[in-house]
Design a protein around this ligand. Structure first.
Ligand code: ZN
Length: 467
């Protein structure tokens, strides 16, 4: 049998300026594999519902929130998926709708609804019979699914992955599985621990790192991961010898690029959703295809960069917050509002690129903040380094351990004017719940109803190109 595996797919279209990825190209590969071997299954190792710019588009009374991806994967005829941590970014009702809409089978062994029961329709494990026409024999694949327990909204409960795996494998062996596959969305260090604890696993199809991995444990069990957004996939041929009971595994790493034609049927479905999303952005006042400017230097929006230090992109956004408020002495926003996790190459920037950078948008307000509170907030921003709560600023910086605004140490008793996103100003960021309108040291002066952060960034980009 053959398995086509990928994970961490956020975009329904190709990425890297159209050169790489694209589920319609993977559909062509899948058809080729099916023609070669009808016993071909497709697996997805988690992270498909969020985040994406398209997913934020309003349609039929709600954000798409992964509806576009589930529909595309339904047409693609995906067979099995497990949950990634990002499946729990979206609201409970959206998540439940996506589970119901999927025509593929969800397998999850350690993620449960708040009441401790599996989500409706989600399998904890599965034995997949593969019939060989030539020999008339049946090869039984046992599969279970694991997700790393880092995203914990109130509608989700996890059980320990290692203990769960142990119990699942026992069940699958009881059901006469010939070969056990773990479909897992976790860190590779945890994948390695899992294989060390459970040597009965024959193949680990993984995800989460966004980068491809082929790591053989004990020379027998491979851990396989593809690049995010189907910039690559793995094709795994499994040869089962019914005489000896042994399985031979031959993985092939396949980059997905413009050498592979797009399947016209899948491309048509993708195009429909892109039209729906672009129309929704137009209804919000954005013309997605409009060219904002041409940049000569790549803009770094990688999460590993923006959540740890300022980049040329974070500084551009920080400056754009100051545009409507000449009185503001500094600006402040959370790096988690940047979701593109990509480097924007030099060249044309469209309005859609800006939506991809800041898919959730949000208003920018003018507020006053007491110096001692500002220091506390900036320290918390630093403590949040590595996460979306790491703060980015124009004009505030730490020099030799002292916070400065415009080059002068912050005076704890002085009141400062700042441009700040409404998300941050409503106490929703990690460790910053005290930063809200109930705090006497923080006062909103202009709620910024007319200042969407995306429009300000568009204006800033246009202005930069004039200078
Ligand atoms: Zn993940």
């Amino acid at each position: 049998m053959t398995i086509l595996h990928f994970s961490d797919i956020y975009e329904i279209t190709p990425v890297s300026g159209g050169k790489e990825g694209g589920i319609a190209r993977v559909a062509t590969l899948r058809n080729q594999l099916l023609a070669r071997n009808p016993n071909t299954l497709t697996t997805l190792g988690g992270d498909l519902l969020s985040p994406s710019a398209i997913g934020t588009a309003q349609y039929e009374g709600d954000r798409l929130a992964g509806r576009q991806m589930v529909d595309v994967l339904n047409h693609f005829a995906l067979d099995y998926a497990t949950f990634g941590n990002h499946e729990f970014d979206i609201k409970e009702n959206q998540f439940n709708q996506r589970i119901q809409e999927a025509k593929f089978t969800w397998i999850s062994s350690n993620v449960f609804a708040a009441d401790g029961h599996p989500f409706a329709g989600v399998k904890q494990n599965l034995v997949i019979p593969i019939h060989d026409k030539k020999s008339g024999k049946t090869f039984r694949i046992g599969m279970f699914g694991l997700t790393l327990p880092i995203n914990q909204p109130s509608h989700v409960r996890y059980s320990d992955p290692l203990t769960t795996a142990h119990a699942q494998i026992a069940q699958l062996l009881d059901q006469q599985s010939d070969f056990i596959i773990a479909l897992a969305h976790q860190n590779i260090s945890d994948d390695i621990k899992l294989l060390q604890a459970s040597p009965q696993i024959g193949l680990l199809l993984g995800g989460h790192e966004h980068e491809n991995h082929q790591n053989w444990r004990g020379n027998f069990t491979p851990i396989l991961k593809s690049d995010a957004n189907v910039r690559s996939v793995y094709v795994v041929d499994l040869y089962f010898d019914p005489q000896t009971g042994k399985t031979e595994i031959k993985p092939t790493f396949v980059p997905i690029n413009d050498n592979l034609a797009e399947d016209p049927g899948i491309k048509a479905v993708v195009d429909q959703w892109m039209t729906i999303a672009f129309n929704a952005f137009r209804a919000q006042g954005f013309e997605p295809e409009a060219v904002v400017t041409t940049i000569t230097e790549a803009l770094d929006g990688l999460e590993s960069s923006v959540r740890n230090h300022p980049t040329n992109l974070t500084e551009l956004i920080a400056k754009s917050l100051l545009r409507p408020y000449p009185a503001a002495e500094l600006s402040l926003y959370n790096s988690g509002s940047i979701r593109i996790d990509d480097v924007l190459p030099a060249g044309q920037i469209t309005v859609y690129d800006v939506i991809r950078i800041l898919p959730f948008g949000g208003k920018v307000q003018l507020a006053t903040i007491k110096g001692n509170l500002l220091i506390k907030v900036l320290n918390q921003g630093l403590a949040n380094r590595g996460s979306g709560g790491f703060l980015q600023s124009a004009h505030a910086q730490q020099v030799n351990g002292t916070w400065q605004v415009n080059g002068a140490p912050i005076d704890p008793s002085k009141t400062y004017k700042l441009a700040i996103t409404d998300f941050l100003a409503s106490g929703k960021e990690r460790g910053l719940d005290y930063l809200n309108s109930n705090n006497p040291d923080f006062t909103s002066i202009n709620p910024g109803e007319n200042y969407d952060i995306r429009q300000l960034v568009i204006d800033q980009l246009r202005n930069n190109s004039k200078n």
